[in-house]
Design a binder for this molecule. Structure first.
Ligand code: ADP
Ligand code: ZN
Ligand code: ZN
Length: 748
């Protein structure tokens, strides 16, 4: 008798709904499909609404809350075995719950796009060419007229099979396809040869300094442990990573290495490739869909031994995970801010725990969260306190803007120091975290200022492009010649951005190369390469830019760093702004004097006596961070208290606000406010109107994550089912994504 228990699959589909959907497996499919094709982690095609979509099996069951007869059938199976290994699958389920995000959307937004579209994964090995039997029989005199084609034939005759990669170094694709059309050659896929352990290293590893050795020894490769490698820039963290990776490779395991932005640090990739003889793949936003899928599959198959990637690479399947490294752990770019919001750092720790492998978080300026995790014993704190080689820490100098005038943002003392440095044949780095020519345009006659119609913000003057641009919604208009309010011609660009300071420096030093690095200048391909080439050439130059310049670069010949505006970090409503200022200043300063010459750092500020600035400069980031910690505790902010924010946006302010009143009512009916759990709001966000939408926040705070998490899940479900939820755009932000606290920070 046939088995009558139905097989039901719970399937995640790309949808904003926070639930899975039940589908029935037709009995002939159960009978004919390979068992592995019906397991969690496999893709299927299903009808969803009126569309046919790719879904992913999350669970198998024989129960459903719906009427069996009403369940739709699975249309087709795509994979013959799970695409995602079970441990990674568990990570997704965990993340969707933790970040209050629909599982289907979380899964599908991180899968390579071709897999989302239902394509089959490409074959795994190395693509090669060999002679067909027709080709083997070809006489020595044929193809005399086609010399290149003949050369390919001869090459394949001597070598048997040659990888596609190697062949296209010397011959064009056209030649190959002509030969293939004549059926003289044929493609085959060969297993990628394994690197024997003896030849793992291309280059000897360095003899470690004692503190590096201690750090390396403290990282246990047999089980989960999390280390914070806290070492000033240039202290040799990367060398510890490399030797730790070497250990993992010797255990025949893979290493996953996350870095903030690959395009900004090509040197990192080179250091890995120079050291190891193993296949390394890169995963970053610059890849084509095909390249991304290829790299993803090589990691999944275990062929790629080192996977180097940016934030979303944390979701790469690994066949034999052995180590996770996350460099510059404090970096903002690890936070995905749109759609499925997650922190790659936090997920990396969870993933290491689930895979039972070590993880290293490295930084010269660790986040308060990670330092606190060391304090309470969750992470081990490994400190590298001296710079490798001869490099010494730079000298700081504060420039008081209350007493010194500036031109285009640059004080006279700073300008003189730039001149001296160039005269000594050294390089200068100028840092200003504001792109464009000027942050505002105003009328000298009537006081009119150019504002964005869709945001509560001013338009930025971009002089080279002749435009005013909103940096929040990208609205653009031609720069007016006349005041729209009083018709006066006296329009002035007020304040300075990188473009203005760049122009001024170029005027002051007409013989010197001045290069700008910001989101505008790097839009042009090759800008970063020119910056690296110029810096490497050692010739005197000025590099001016935003925080893009602060990241991990190693510029040997830079001996002066000038920070044009330290004040924006001292007076921002964001509760993390002091921490960030400390990180940024330390990172920028770390670009100075990395070679053998000592470096100087000039910091321009209106607050030369600010105690935090002084602490940072005199005692360094470690003491600075220690000082911030009790402040966070006192004001009950993360990492000491858990917070979440429900955010609603609508083109009508009252709708957004009303929705959050509803959210608060629902939440309070589930968990009433107590001293341990409090609600604040709805309140308008600091920038209330952005891109034409009004934004409101409801803040929920708790002593314990354990109360916050289930409460938010329950509220999300109720809100999702409420009719008003379709009128507003809403989301739940966990504490790591909150940058707009609604309550005042400075309680006097
Ligand atoms: P970080 O990653 O902390 O910025 P790096 O690992 O890049 O530091 O080291 C800075 C410089 O010091 C590099 O040029 C590196 O080759 C060198 N270095 C690091 N460790 C050693 C060592 N043990 N012996 C000699 N040179 C070292
Ligand atoms: Zn006017
Ligand atoms: Zn705008």
């Amino acid at each position: 008798m046939a088995d009558l228990t139905p097989l039901i699959l719970r399937v995640a589909v790309p949808s904003p709904l926070r639930r899975l959907f039940d589908y029935l497996v037709p009995s002939e499919m159960v009978a004919n499909a390979p068992q592995a094709a019906l397991q969690p982690g496999c893709r299927v095609t299903v009808t969803f609404g009126r569309r046919e979509v790719t879904g992913l099996i999350i669970e198998r069951t024989d129960q459903t809350e719906f009427e069996l007869a009403k369940l739709k059938p699975i249309n087709a199976l795509i994979d013959s075995e799970p695409l995602l290994p079970p441990s990674l699958f568990k990570l997704f389920i965990w993340a969707a719950r933790y970040y209050q995000h629909p599982i289907g959307d979380a899964l599908f937004s991180t899968l390579p796009i071709l897999l989302r579209k239902g394509e089959l994964p490409p074959s795994q090995g190395q693509r090669c060419w060999q002679l067909s039997s027709l080709g083997k029989g070809l006489g020595p005199d044929s193809l005399k007229q086609a010399r290149k084609q003949r050369a390919v034939i001869d090459l394949l005759r001597t070598e048997g099979t040659v990888s596609d990669e190697r062949i296209v170094e010397s011959f064009s694709r056209a030649i190959l396809s002509q030969l293939e059309q004549k059926s003289l050659i044929e493609p085959i896929v060969r297993d990628i040869p394994k690197t024997p352990l003896e030849t793992l290293l291309k280059q000897d590893s360095l003899a470690l300094y004692p503190s590096q050795q201690q750090a390396l020894d403290a990282i246990d490769h047999h089980s989960f442990n999390c280390s914070l490698l806290d070492g000033i820039t240039g202290s040799g963290k990367t060398e510890v990573y490399l030797q730790s990776i070497e250990k993992a490779l010797r255990y025949e395991r893979q290493a996953l290495v996350l870095i903030p932005e690959i395009s900004l640090t090509p040197q990192t990739e080179k250091r890995f490739r120079d050291r190891f003889n193993v296949p390394i793949v890169m995963l970053h936003s610059g890849l084509s869909d095909k390249q991304r899928l290829q790299a993803w599959m090589l990691a999944r198959a275990g062929t790629a031994k080192i996977i180097l990637g940016t934030r979303s690479a944390i979701f790469t399947p690994l066949q034999a995970p052995g180590l996770i490294i996350l460099d510059e752990e404090h970096d903002q770019s690890y936070k995905q801010q749109e759609g499925f919001r997650y922190s790659a750092r936090d997920l990396a720790v969870i993933r290491a725990q689930q895979e039972n492998i070590p993880i290293i978080l490295g930084s010269a300026t660790p986040s308060l969260e990670s330092l606190n995790n060391c304090r309470v014993g969750r992470y081990q704190h490994l400190v590298l306190s001296t710079r490798a080689g001869n490099a010494v820490q730079p000298d700081w100098k504060i420039i008081d803007l209350k007493t010194e005038r500036t031109d285009s943002g640059i004080a006279a003392t700073t300008l003189a120091a730039i001149g001296d440095t160039l005269n000594n044949n050294h390089q200068v780095l100028v840092f200003l975290n504001r792109r464009g020519f000027a942050p505002a345009m105003l009328c000298h006659q009537c006081g009119w200022t150019a504002e964005c119609h869709s945001c509560d913000s001013r338009l930025t003057v971009h002089r080279a492009r002749g435009r005013l641009i909103c940096h929040h919604c990208d609205y653009q208009q031609r720069t007016p010649q006349q005041c729209p309010s009083c018709q006066s011609h006296q329009l002035v660009a007020a304040g300075e951005g990188t473009e203005r300071s760049e122009a001024y420096l170029q005027r002051c030093f007409p013989q010197t190369k001045v290069l700008r690095v910001d989101r505008d200048s790097t839009r042009k391909k090759g800008t970063m390469q020119e910056v690296f080439d110029t810096a490497d050439s050692g010739q005197p130059c000025i590099l001016i830019g935003t925080q893009m310049l602060a990241k991990g670069h190693h510029f040997e010949n830079v001996t002066l760093v000038a920070v044009l505006d330290a004040d924006s970090g001292l007076f921002s409503p964001d509760f993390r702004s002091h921490e960030r200022m400390g990180q940024l200043l330390t990172q920028v300063a770390g670009r100075s004097g990395r070679g053998d010459m000592p470096g100087r750092v000039f910091v321009q500020t209106h607050q030369p006596d600010h105690p935090l600035l002084e602490l940072l400069i005199t005692r360094g980031y470690g003491h600075f961070a220690e000082q911030l910690m009790p402040q966070r505790q006192l004001t009950q902010l993360p990492p000491f208290r858990h917070m979440a924010v429900i955010r609603a946006e609508s083109n009508r302010a009252d709708e957004a606000e009303a929705f959050l009143h509803l959210a608060r009512k629902i939440a309070q009916s589930l968990v009433p406010a107590t001293p341990q759990l409090s609600y604040l709001g709805p309140l308008p966000a600091i920038m209330e109107k952005r891109a034409g939408r009004f934004r409101y926040l409801l803040q929920v705070e708790s002593d314990q994550r354990a109360t916050l998490q289930p409460l938010l899940s329950a509220v999300a479900l109720e809100l999702e089912n409420h009719k008003d939820s379709r009128r507003v755009r809403w989301s739940i932000l966990s504490l790591i994504h909150i940058s707009e606290p609604t309550r005042p920070l400075y309680i006097s």
